[in-house]
Design a protein around this ligand. Structure first.
Ligand code: URA
Length: 256
Protein backbone atom coordinates (compact mmCIF):
# COMPACT_ATOMS: atom_id res chain seq x y z
CA UNK A 1 0.00 0.00 0.00
CA UNK A 2 1.46 3.36 -1.03
CA UNK A 3 1.71 5.85 1.82
CA UNK A 4 -0.70 8.77 1.54
CA UNK A 5 2.21 11.23 1.59
CA UNK A 6 3.59 9.58 -1.53
CA UNK A 7 0.20 9.80 -3.21
CA UNK A 8 0.03 13.48 -2.39
CA UNK A 9 3.45 14.02 -3.88
CA UNK A 10 2.60 12.05 -7.00
CA UNK A 11 -0.64 13.99 -7.55
CA UNK A 12 1.16 17.24 -6.76
CA UNK A 13 -1.87 18.64 -4.90
CA UNK A 14 -0.85 18.01 -1.32
CA UNK A 15 -2.04 21.35 0.06
CA UNK A 16 -5.64 20.62 -0.95
CA UNK A 17 -5.82 17.27 0.79
CA UNK A 18 -6.97 17.17 4.38
CA UNK A 19 -7.61 14.16 6.51
CA UNK A 20 -11.00 14.13 8.15
CA UNK A 21 -12.78 11.64 10.36
CA UNK A 22 -11.10 8.28 10.25
CA UNK A 23 -8.43 9.12 7.75
CA UNK A 24 -10.71 9.58 4.75
CA UNK A 25 -9.77 12.34 2.32
CA UNK A 26 -11.87 15.47 2.77
CA UNK A 27 -15.10 15.60 0.77
CA UNK A 28 -14.68 19.32 0.07
CA UNK A 29 -12.01 20.38 -0.04
CA UNK A 30 -4.18 12.86 -25.37
CA UNK A 31 -2.34 11.63 -26.77
CA UNK A 32 -1.25 13.82 -29.74
CA UNK A 33 -3.91 16.46 -30.24
CA UNK A 34 -4.80 16.92 -33.88
CA UNK A 35 -2.54 14.34 -35.45
CA UNK A 36 -3.40 13.62 -39.03
CA UNK A 37 -6.34 11.30 -39.29
CA UNK A 38 -4.91 8.18 -40.83
CA UNK A 39 -7.19 6.76 -43.47
CA UNK A 40 -8.34 3.27 -42.59
CA UNK A 41 -10.37 0.87 -44.65
CA UNK A 42 -13.99 0.93 -43.51
CA UNK A 43 -14.49 -2.73 -42.59
CA UNK A 44 -11.83 -5.17 -43.59
CA UNK A 45 -13.54 -7.89 -41.61
CA UNK A 46 -15.61 -10.43 -43.50
CA UNK A 47 -19.36 -10.48 -43.01
CA UNK A 48 -21.94 -7.75 -42.63
CA UNK A 49 -21.48 -5.23 -39.85
CA UNK A 50 -24.72 -6.19 -38.14
CA UNK A 51 -23.63 -9.83 -37.87
CA UNK A 52 -20.45 -8.65 -36.16
CA UNK A 53 -22.43 -6.39 -33.84
CA UNK A 54 -24.84 -9.17 -32.91
CA UNK A 55 -21.93 -11.53 -32.23
CA UNK A 56 -20.13 -9.05 -29.99
CA UNK A 57 -23.35 -8.21 -28.16
CA UNK A 58 -23.77 -11.89 -27.22
CA UNK A 59 -20.24 -12.59 -25.93
CA UNK A 60 -19.33 -13.40 -22.33
CA UNK A 61 -16.23 -11.80 -20.79
CA UNK A 62 -13.59 -14.35 -21.81
CA UNK A 63 -14.99 -14.73 -25.30
CA UNK A 64 -15.03 -10.96 -25.64
CA UNK A 65 -11.29 -10.76 -24.94
CA UNK A 66 -10.66 -13.53 -27.47
CA UNK A 67 -12.78 -11.72 -30.05
CA UNK A 68 -10.82 -8.51 -29.49
CA UNK A 69 -7.58 -10.48 -29.92
CA UNK A 70 -8.76 -11.72 -33.29
CA UNK A 71 -10.29 -8.40 -34.42
CA UNK A 72 -9.34 -7.06 -37.85
CA UNK A 73 -12.14 -4.49 -38.10
CA UNK A 74 -9.74 -1.57 -38.60
CA UNK A 75 -6.16 -1.02 -39.73
CA UNK A 76 -4.80 -0.84 -36.16
CA UNK A 77 -4.69 -4.65 -36.18
CA UNK A 78 -1.73 -4.37 -38.56
CA UNK A 79 0.43 -2.28 -36.25
CA UNK A 80 -0.55 -3.49 -32.77
CA UNK A 81 1.65 -5.87 -30.77
CA UNK A 82 -1.01 -6.81 -28.21
CA UNK A 83 -4.68 -6.02 -27.91
CA UNK A 84 -5.67 -4.29 -24.67
CA UNK A 85 -9.20 -5.38 -23.78
CA UNK A 86 -9.31 -4.08 -20.20
CA UNK A 87 -8.46 -5.07 -16.66
CA UNK A 88 -10.22 -5.39 -13.35
CA UNK A 89 -13.19 -6.63 -11.43
CA UNK A 90 -15.92 -7.77 -13.83
CA UNK A 91 -18.50 -6.84 -11.18
CA UNK A 92 -16.99 -3.45 -10.39
CA UNK A 93 -19.15 -0.48 -9.47
CA UNK A 94 -16.51 1.87 -10.94
CA UNK A 95 -15.62 1.80 -14.63
CA UNK A 96 -12.80 4.09 -15.76
CA UNK A 97 -12.61 4.63 -19.52
CA UNK A 98 -9.50 6.03 -21.20
CA UNK A 99 -8.68 6.78 -24.80
CA UNK A 100 -6.42 4.12 -26.31
CA UNK A 101 -3.38 2.03 -25.40
CA UNK A 102 0.04 3.64 -25.63
CA UNK A 103 3.39 1.94 -26.21
CA UNK A 104 3.60 0.34 -22.74
CA UNK A 105 0.04 -0.95 -22.92
CA UNK A 106 0.62 -2.26 -26.46
CA UNK A 107 3.64 -4.18 -25.16
CA UNK A 108 1.95 -5.56 -22.03
CA UNK A 109 -1.68 -5.99 -23.09
CA UNK A 110 -2.98 -4.09 -20.04
CA UNK A 111 -4.44 -0.57 -19.91
CA UNK A 112 -2.72 2.27 -18.09
CA UNK A 113 0.58 0.63 -17.17
CA UNK A 114 2.89 3.50 -18.15
CA UNK A 115 3.45 6.85 -16.43
CA UNK A 116 -0.16 7.93 -16.89
CA UNK A 117 -1.17 4.57 -15.44
CA UNK A 118 0.90 5.12 -12.32
CA UNK A 119 -0.87 8.42 -11.82
CA UNK A 120 -4.24 6.73 -12.38
CA UNK A 121 -3.33 4.08 -9.78
CA UNK A 122 -2.51 6.84 -7.32
CA UNK A 123 -5.76 8.62 -8.07
CA UNK A 124 -7.59 5.33 -7.40
CA UNK A 125 -5.64 4.77 -4.19
CA UNK A 126 -6.53 8.25 -3.01
CA UNK A 127 -10.17 7.21 -3.27
CA UNK A 128 -9.45 3.98 -1.41
CA UNK A 129 -9.74 2.01 -4.66
CA UNK A 130 -7.36 -0.20 -6.60
CA UNK A 131 -7.42 -1.68 -10.07
CA UNK A 132 -9.15 -5.02 -9.81
CA UNK A 133 -10.96 -4.16 -6.56
CA UNK A 134 -14.39 -2.74 -7.38
CA UNK A 135 -12.75 -1.06 -10.39
CA UNK A 136 -12.58 -1.96 -14.06
CA UNK A 137 -10.34 -0.03 -16.46
CA UNK A 138 -10.89 -0.01 -20.22
CA UNK A 139 -10.25 2.21 -23.20
CA UNK A 140 -12.35 3.39 -26.12
CA UNK A 141 -9.85 1.70 -28.46
CA UNK A 142 -8.44 -1.73 -27.73
CA UNK A 143 -5.41 -1.30 -30.02
CA UNK A 144 -2.70 1.35 -30.07
CA UNK A 145 -2.91 4.09 -32.70
CA UNK A 146 0.62 4.45 -34.16
CA UNK A 147 2.53 7.26 -32.51
CA UNK A 148 -0.29 7.65 -29.98
CA UNK A 149 -2.21 9.82 -32.40
CA UNK A 150 -5.84 10.68 -31.68
CA UNK A 151 -8.17 7.80 -32.60
CA UNK A 152 -9.78 8.21 -36.01
CA UNK A 153 -13.60 8.20 -36.13
CA UNK A 154 -13.67 4.92 -38.07
CA UNK A 155 -11.47 3.27 -35.45
CA UNK A 156 -13.76 4.47 -32.68
CA UNK A 157 -16.82 3.25 -34.58
CA UNK A 158 -15.24 -0.17 -35.15
CA UNK A 159 -14.19 -0.58 -31.51
CA UNK A 160 -17.12 0.91 -29.62
CA UNK A 161 -19.22 -2.29 -29.71
CA UNK A 162 -16.55 -3.88 -27.48
CA UNK A 163 -16.78 -1.13 -24.89
CA UNK A 164 -20.57 -1.25 -25.08
CA UNK A 165 -20.51 -4.99 -24.38
CA UNK A 166 -18.07 -4.48 -21.49
CA UNK A 167 -20.41 -1.87 -20.01
CA UNK A 168 -23.35 -4.22 -20.40
CA UNK A 169 -21.53 -7.14 -18.73
CA UNK A 170 -19.98 -5.12 -15.91
CA UNK A 171 -23.11 -3.00 -15.34
CA UNK A 172 -21.13 -0.44 -13.30
CA UNK A 173 -22.84 2.07 -11.03
CA UNK A 174 -20.64 4.88 -12.38
CA UNK A 175 -18.50 5.45 -15.46
CA UNK A 176 -15.60 7.88 -15.16
CA UNK A 177 -14.57 9.16 -18.59
CA UNK A 178 -10.88 10.07 -18.61
CA UNK A 179 -10.21 12.88 -21.05
CA UNK A 180 -11.86 14.40 -24.04
CA UNK A 181 -11.82 11.42 -26.40
CA UNK A 182 -13.55 9.08 -23.93
CA UNK A 183 -16.02 11.77 -22.86
CA UNK A 184 -16.81 12.94 -26.39
CA UNK A 185 -17.24 9.35 -27.57
CA UNK A 186 -19.65 8.46 -24.78
CA UNK A 187 -21.52 11.77 -24.56
CA UNK A 188 -21.57 12.25 -28.33
CA UNK A 189 -20.59 15.91 -28.30
CA UNK A 190 -17.32 17.73 -28.88
CA UNK A 191 -17.05 19.85 -25.75
CA UNK A 192 -14.00 20.57 -23.67
CA UNK A 193 -13.42 18.49 -20.54
CA UNK A 194 -13.84 21.74 -18.61
CA UNK A 195 -17.39 22.05 -19.93
CA UNK A 196 -18.29 18.40 -19.29
CA UNK A 197 -16.87 17.92 -15.78
CA UNK A 198 -18.78 18.26 -12.52
CA UNK A 199 -22.05 17.12 -14.07
CA UNK A 200 -23.68 13.72 -14.08
CA UNK A 201 -24.15 12.53 -17.66
CA UNK A 202 -25.74 9.26 -18.76
CA UNK A 203 -24.41 6.64 -21.12
CA UNK A 204 -26.84 3.85 -21.95
CA UNK A 205 -28.70 4.68 -18.75
CA UNK A 206 -25.55 4.55 -16.58
CA UNK A 207 -24.36 7.60 -14.68
CA UNK A 208 -21.12 9.04 -15.99
CA UNK A 209 -18.77 11.80 -14.89
CA UNK A 210 -15.88 13.34 -16.77
CA UNK A 211 -12.41 14.30 -15.65
CA UNK A 212 -9.02 15.04 -17.14
CA UNK A 213 -6.91 12.30 -18.69
CA UNK A 214 -3.93 11.32 -16.49
CA UNK A 215 -1.54 11.94 -19.41
CA UNK A 216 -2.89 15.50 -19.65
CA UNK A 217 -2.42 15.90 -15.89
CA UNK A 218 1.22 14.88 -16.27
CA UNK A 219 1.64 17.65 -18.84
CA UNK A 220 -0.47 20.18 -16.91
CA UNK A 221 0.08 19.47 -13.21
CA UNK A 222 -1.80 22.64 -12.25
CA UNK A 223 -5.01 20.85 -13.29
CA UNK A 224 -4.52 18.03 -10.77
CA UNK A 225 -6.48 19.93 -8.15
CA UNK A 226 -9.49 19.98 -10.49
CA UNK A 227 -9.09 16.26 -11.14
CA UNK A 228 -9.17 15.66 -7.40
CA UNK A 229 -12.39 17.71 -7.13
CA UNK A 230 -13.81 15.56 -9.93
CA UNK A 231 -12.90 12.36 -8.12
CA UNK A 232 -14.58 13.56 -4.95
CA UNK A 233 -17.62 14.50 -7.03
CA UNK A 234 -17.53 11.02 -8.58
CA UNK A 235 -17.38 9.38 -5.17
CA UNK A 236 -20.30 11.44 -3.86
CA UNK A 237 -22.28 10.58 -7.00
CA UNK A 238 -21.61 6.88 -6.60
CA UNK A 239 -22.55 6.96 -2.91
CA UNK A 240 -25.78 8.84 -3.69
CA UNK A 241 -26.67 6.32 -6.38
CA UNK A 242 -25.90 3.37 -4.10
CA UNK A 243 -27.99 4.89 -1.29
CA UNK A 244 -30.89 5.59 -3.66
CA UNK A 245 -30.84 2.05 -4.98
CA UNK A 246 -30.64 0.59 -1.44
CA UNK A 247 -33.62 2.78 -0.47
CA UNK A 248 -35.56 1.63 -3.52
CA UNK A 249 -34.94 -2.05 -2.73
CA UNK A 250 -35.95 -1.58 0.92
CA UNK A 251 -39.18 0.14 -0.16
CA UNK A 252 -40.05 -2.49 -2.76
CA UNK A 253 -42.81 -4.86 -1.66
CA UNK A 254 -41.64 -8.43 -0.99
CA UNK A 255 -42.53 -10.80 -3.79
CA UNK A 256 -43.32 -14.48 -3.79
N1 URA B 1 -3.78 6.33 -22.17
C1 URA B 1 -5.01 5.79 -22.31
O1 URA B 1 -5.97 6.49 -22.63
N2 URA B 1 -5.14 4.50 -22.08
C2 URA B 1 -4.14 3.71 -21.70
O2 URA B 1 -4.37 2.53 -21.51
C3 URA B 1 -2.88 4.30 -21.56
C4 URA B 1 -2.71 5.61 -21.79
Amino acid sequence: MIARAELLREMGIAPLWRLRGRGAPAERDSATPEAASERVPAHAEAGPADVRLARIASLAFDALAADIDACTACALCRTRHRTVPGVGDPHARWLFVGEAPGADEDAQGEPFVGRAGRLLDNMLAALGLARGRDVYIANVLKCRPPGNRTPAPLEVAACLPYLDRQIELIAPTLIVALGKVAAATLIGTEQSVGAMRRRVHRYRGIAMVVTYHPAYLLRSPAEKAKAWEDLLFARRTLRDLAAASAGASAAAPATG
